[in-house]
Design a protein around this ligand. Structure first.
Ligand code: AMP
Length: 213
């Protein structure tokens, strides 16, 4: 099963993607996580990506597509995967469709986690992330057991630089301009499923599981 997650930044698509990956035993692939890992490890890719990410801009398609295509060619992706944060532009989606078509394959579901803009800013400002394992929390909706500490690995939680208010606004604009058109793209492909992302995370997941089961 090959799944694409759609939705504004902060809509909760990463949380849902992780839950999907666990339930259906497929890898969760987040281009944002891949970039952040490269930044943490000080690689040339990380250094290049960081300049765009810190400004709330997209990393150029050419760079992003190469990384994604390499990742989905790995052995653990043979039974499928859930993509979180890719594609983010029409050209990225076209490259993915083309690569899959060559293998007589396709995306089975594009799940749009729908959250209105007015909720997004609140969600992103409350988001906290683990710099060590990548687990994401929210200070009110999904708090860790001990304040400021990752449940999974005990590291101190941080606010991602690109979740700071000055960057959030830019990311939302980029979302509307470049990523939202993907909803129509996957609708035309006949694989779009909308879920109401304003509900709590277990209710959202129940709606997704009802589609995928
Ligand atoms: P995310 O963790 O998905 O919110 O991604 C964080 C940041 O990484 C984004 O704001 C972009 O700067 C960059 N990024 C992640 N995925 C992509 C992508 N598919 N295309 C371009 N930039 C991306």
């Amino acid at each position: 099963m090959k799944i694409v997650m759609l939705g504004a930044p902060g809509a909760g698509k990463g949380t849902q993607a992780k839950m999907i990956a666990d339930r259906y035993h497929i890898p969760h692939i987040s281009t944002g996580d891949i970039f952040r890992m490269n930044i943490k490890n000080g690689t040339p890719l990380g250094q290049e990506a960081k300049t765009y990410m810190d400004a709330g801009k997209l990393v150029p398609d050419e760079l992003t597509v190469k990384i994604l295509l390499d990742r989905v060619a790995a052995d653990d992706c043979s039974e499928g995967y859930v993509l979180d944060g890719f594609p983010r532009t029409i050209p990225q989606a076209e490259v993915l469709t083309e690569a899959l078509t060559k293998l007589a394959d396709k995306i089975d579901y594009a799940i749009n986690v729908d959250v209105p803009d007015e909720n997004i800013v609140k969600r992103m400002s409350g988001r906290r992330s683990c710099p060590s394992c990548g687990q994401v929390y929210h200070i009110t909706h999904m708090p860790p057991k001990a304040e400021g500490i990752c449940d999974k690995c005990g590291a101190e939680l941080v606010q991602r630089d690109d979740d700071k208010p000055e960057t959030v606004e830019n990311r939302l604009k980029v979302y509307h301009d470049q990523t939202q058109p993907l909803i129509e793209y996957y609708e035309k492909a006949g694989v779009l499923k909308n879920v109401d992302g304003t509900k709590d995370k277990d209710e959202v997941f129940a709606a997704i599981a009802a589609i995928l089961d």
